[in-house]
Design a protein around this ligand. Structure first.
Ligand SMILES: [Zn+2]
Length: 337
């Protein structure tokens, strides 16, 4: 039975995936008469310490392009697995996990929030120092955007969707020597932006040296890449960011780099202003050729992330002090005393 295109696509992928990897349901999401599974797809090494790459999409139900981009990468991998020796060799050393649609109820209902009216990216217990008004999250009413729900100070107080993703990520960062996560969003700005923590404060990210080391290899390997790479707090600060919360759960000895890809939708609007009048048009490319372009545009980044995760030991601890200084100069100059 058809549910909606992205969910149908996920169900179709299960049979294609099973010969090569695992599929499980992290949670059952009940929303009025509807029920959805929160699917996790994984490939590669089962070793708990193996480097781990996690891709998530569809946290905000209106941002359909994030799920579509994740699904197109999954299809790309499935098409290579039967014949590509080097990919199979790489996957014997690392693991890749997808949760392509974190908020099925929201996507089905054309809503940013989940079925309970909660913004899943404001729902963690993290309290920001000085959040931006509005977008920073509010606890007054689910009838207004950016509703945080009522997160208690624990994981168990979170919504089913954010709790399921959090448990998965905590399991990975606890054991894996290096975890990189990429959460796919859309709708803010004209450029494609890659954000690293924090969302809660404009303070310097505690492992800025790793971020700088990462950005150096990214710029060297993909010299003409399209991404504006900076701290999320440079754009806005919020309460309840899931990745800030998860970062704080990381054991000291392991590497964890949670990134957000914010696909700039204002460009799609600029080229096709009429789409502003379409309900989804502010967050997604409406013209098919632009949708296809978004789906192939990020493949080099995903491939790079797989390699950066697998070979983390060669960059993540390189020139710690120099990278720390350079990172602060590059991204936090305005707050230096
Ligand atoms: Zn979003």
């Amino acid at each position: 039975m058809s549910v909606f295109p992205e969910y149908d696509e996920i169900k179709k992928l299960i049979d294609l995936w099973i010969p090569f990897g695992k599929v499980e349901s992290l949670a059952e999401i009940v929303d009025h008469q509807s029920k959805y599974s929160l699917h996790r797809f994984s490939l590669g090494s089962d070793h708990p310490e193996a480097p781990s790459l996690i891709l998530t999409g569809g946290v905000h139900g209106l941002e359909r392009i994030g799920s579509q981009v994740a699904l197109s990468f999954m299809q790309h991998l499935v098409a290579r697995l039967p014949w590509d020796e080097s990919l199979n060799e790489q996957l014997s050393k690392m693991r890749i996990t997808f949760v392509p649609l974190v908020n099925p109820a929201g996507m089905h209902r054309f809503k940013r929030s989940n079925g309970n009216g909660v913004d899943l990216m404001r729902n963690s217990p993290v309290v920001a120092e000085n959040p931006n008004w509005g977008v920073g999250g509010q606890s007054y009413s689910k009838n207004f955007p950016w509703f945080r729900g009522n997160p208690e100070k624990t994981l168990e107080g979170m919504e089913s969707e954010s709790k399921a993703v959090a448990k998965l990520v905590i399991q990975e960062i606890k054991h894996s020597k290096c975890t990189i996560a990429l959460d796919l969003h859309s709708g803010f700005g004209v450029s494609d932006q890659l954000w690293f923590p924090y969302a809660k404060t404009k303070e310097v990210f505690s492992e800025i040296h790793q971020v700088h080391a990462f950005s150096k290899i990214l710029d060297a390997v993909m010299p003409n890449h399209v991404y504006v790479f900076e701290p999320q707090s440079k754009n806005y600060t919020t309460h309840g960011d899931l990745w800030d919360y998860l970062y704080d759960q990381k054991p000291k000895e392991n590497t964890f780099l949670p990134l957000t890809l914010e696909m700039g939708s204002w460009n799609w609007v600029k080229k096709n202003p009429l789409q502003l009048f379409s309900f989804l048009g502010a967050f997604n490319p409406v013209k098919p050729h632009r949708q296809k372009r978004a789906m192939r545009r990020h493949l080099p980044l995903f491939d790079f992330l797989m390699h950066a995760t697998t070979s983390h030991q060669h960059w993540s601890q390189a020139e710690v002090e120099q990278n720390r200084i350079s990172g602060i100069q590059k991204w936090y100059r305005s707050i230096q005393k």
